[in-house]
Design a protein around this ligand. Sequence first.
Ligand SMILES: Cc1ncc(COP(=O)(O)O)c(C=O)c1O
Length: 365
Amino acid sequence: MSPQRRDIRSGYIEWAKLRSQARYNLAQSDVEHFPLADLHAQITDLEISGPGGYGYEPLLQKLAAKSSVPVECIVHAQGTSMANHLAMAALLEPGDEVLIEEPSYGAIVSTAEYLGAKIRRFPRKFESGFQLDPREVERSISARTRLIVITNLHNPSGVRSADAKLRIVGEIARSMGAHVLVDEVYLEACFDSRWQTAYLLGPNFVTTSSLTKAYGLTGLRCGWIFAAKPLAERMWRLNDLFGVMAPHPIELLSVLAFEHLAEIAARAKQLLTTNRALLKDFFKSRRDLLAIWPEAGAVAFPQLTSGHADAFCQLLRDKYETSVVPGRFFEMPEHFRIGVGGKTEDVREGLAHIGAALDELAAKS
Ligand SMILES: Cc1ncc(COP(=O)(O)O)c(C=O)c1O
C-alpha cells in the first residue's frame, strides 16, 4: 500500500543529513566545496533585493550561453532537487504513470510518489554494466506512461549514457506521447569530453541540473531546468506556489560563479583526476569487490562478492570512521556507493579504511 502523502520522505536524504558524517566521508557525491573567498566577491557585489519577475536575466543569460538553450526555455530552481520537483509537477497528474530507472536516486522516486504518480521501473542491470538499455524501456513502457526518468551520469553507478541511446529512448517515449526527464547533475563532471544537454536531442526532452556536484558549489543551490517554452512557463508559474523567487544575493553569486566557471571546473577536474586514479588502483587491489568503472564523475557503486553491505557500512563507520552509502538506498543492498570528490588525503585514507574493514569482514567469515 502506498504511504499517505504527508508521510512521504526521502530516506536517503534524511540519512545523508543525519547519519552519513564521518571523519572520512566517502558518502558524498559532490566535489570538495569551493570556498567563497576564491570567488573574490566583494560585499558591494551583493544586494539583498533584485528586480523580481521570472528569473534574474543576467543569470539566465549565463545559462543560455553555457548550454545553447534559449532563455525562454530556462527555469532557475533551487538545486536539481527543486528542478526535478518542478519538472515532474509540471508533467504529471495524479495517477499518471512514470517510468523510472532502477536503481535510481531515491528522491526522484519519492517526489514522483508525492505527486501521486503511478511508478513503474525499468532495470539498469549490474550484469550489463548499469548501461541504459532502450529495449528495457520499450519492454516497460505503456500507453499510460507520461514520463521516463533517467539520471546521466547514472546515480549510483556513475555510468554515462550516450546521446544515441537517449535519442532512442526519446523516440520510444514520443511514440507514447511521453516526455523524457534527464537529470544531468553529474554530467557537468565530464570535464574530459565534450557533451551537450539532452534537452537538445528532441522536443520531448526536459533536463535538470545544478552547480552543486561537479563544481563544489552546493550552498548556492543554483539549479535549472531546460524545457520547451510552454512547459518552462508552466514551471515558472508552479514555482509561484513553492519558492516564488530565488534569494537575490544567491542569484548574484551564481552569476559570479559562472564568470569563474572555467577556473572552478579546472580545480574540480584536477581533484577528480587524482582521486579517481586512487579509486581505480583500489578496485584493482580488491578481489572482494566487483566494480563497473565509470568514465567520469565522483562516484562508483561496487558490489561485495559476499554478504550485505549494511553490516560492512556500519563496521566501516563505527570502527574506521569512514562513511560510504549503503546500497539499500539504491535498492541494491549488496552494493555500496563510494564518492571520491573530497580532499585527496581524506580519500586516500578513507580507501585504506575501506580495505581494512573488508579484510576484517573476510577474516570473520
Ligand atoms: C541524481 C541526483 N539529482 C539531484 C540531486 C540533488 O542535487 P542538488 O544538490 O542540485 O539539489 C542529487 C544529489 O545527490 C542526485 O544524486
